[in-house]
Ligand binder design. Sequence first.
Ligand code: PHB
Length: 400
Amino acid sequence: MTTLISQLSRRRLLLGTAAGAAAISTFTPTRFAIGQTAKLKVGLMLPYSGTYASLGNNITDAFKLRLAEVGGKLGGRDVEFVQLDDESAPPKAKDNAARLITKDKVDVLVGTVHSGVAAGMAAVAREENVLMVCPNAGAAELTGKNCSPNVFRTSFSNWQPGYACGPVMAKDGKKTVVTMTWNYPAGHEQINGFKESFTANGGKVIKEILLDFPKVEFQAYLTEIAALKPDAVFVFFSGDGAVKFIKDYAGAGLKAKIPLYATGFLTDGVLQAVGNDAEGIKTTLHYVPGLDNPVNKKFVPAFKAATKREADVFAVQGYDTCTLLSVGLDAVKGDAKAGRTLYSTMQNTIVDSPRGRFTISAAHNPVQDFYVRQVKNGQDVLLGVAVKALADPAAGCNMG
Ligand code: PHB
């Protein structure tokens, strides 16, 4: 005799076989089921050695600070980091990115600082269709000719801060300028952005000096600049190279004679190391540490408390990278492979950043204000807004 209980058990057993399993998998994709429990792996591919090491460290620590603020999870999933030192070495970029994706199985790639490395990374991210967020490198191609639905940037394109500086220098009455930078895409693109707006405002670049990255033998060039006597000098250097350049510029006696202008990467994160030598340098950038907005007022002391270091633009970009990922992944419950829904949520996010609110262009680059800053008493002080809501031209971008 069959009891009711045994009949129910039999029914359950039957549902547990083929027909039942099919019904379950139709409603809940495996990927989604795993996504709810497995940790989300974030690959941090950044420079932790060499001239850009301090930039990589600030991006990392601020990302982690923001993650703690949003409750330690992205899209409901706990986060596991895989950190890789990319050494700012372009020849190693593709192998490193491929290793993070195929061996470490990261769900998201975050990186990097150096434009040449970022280009290699993005090529791999595109091919493997892995979500990548760039927290610094300004390489035009990332959100230009090689733009891609799965590649986002929370920092800037190199053109943007350079372009912002031209009118500032023209307004200061500078007519002749010597430029100096490292011979790699970030250098070329920042100088070109500057030249475009400076010459459109009647200025003239009388000499362009290039050094191989990351060389810091500036002396002979500074002697040449002294002889050329331009109205001003415009440069891009960053990290340890910026520290050396600011010291050498003052040491060569040029500080008092020829005003120095730059994209703000020259002075961000280096002011303690250079002391009085940076006084008076004018720069353009999408951040100033003293910005008066609620997010920045919370961020600056929180970063200091967590790291014992001062906040800078690199920390801001790391912080905002986590914010953007948090918004995007929350919308798709942690499914980093969600595709269109994830990417459109990210693109339509207005990021409430310590730099002020910014939007994200169709090419996935920030549309943001650029500030004029000047070093006074060891601090970068806000002088005004150079350009409001500046968008990169995104030449050649076709998302397909
Ligand atoms: C870059 O390589 O794109 C780069 C590196 C350091 C900066 C800014 C841009 O501070």
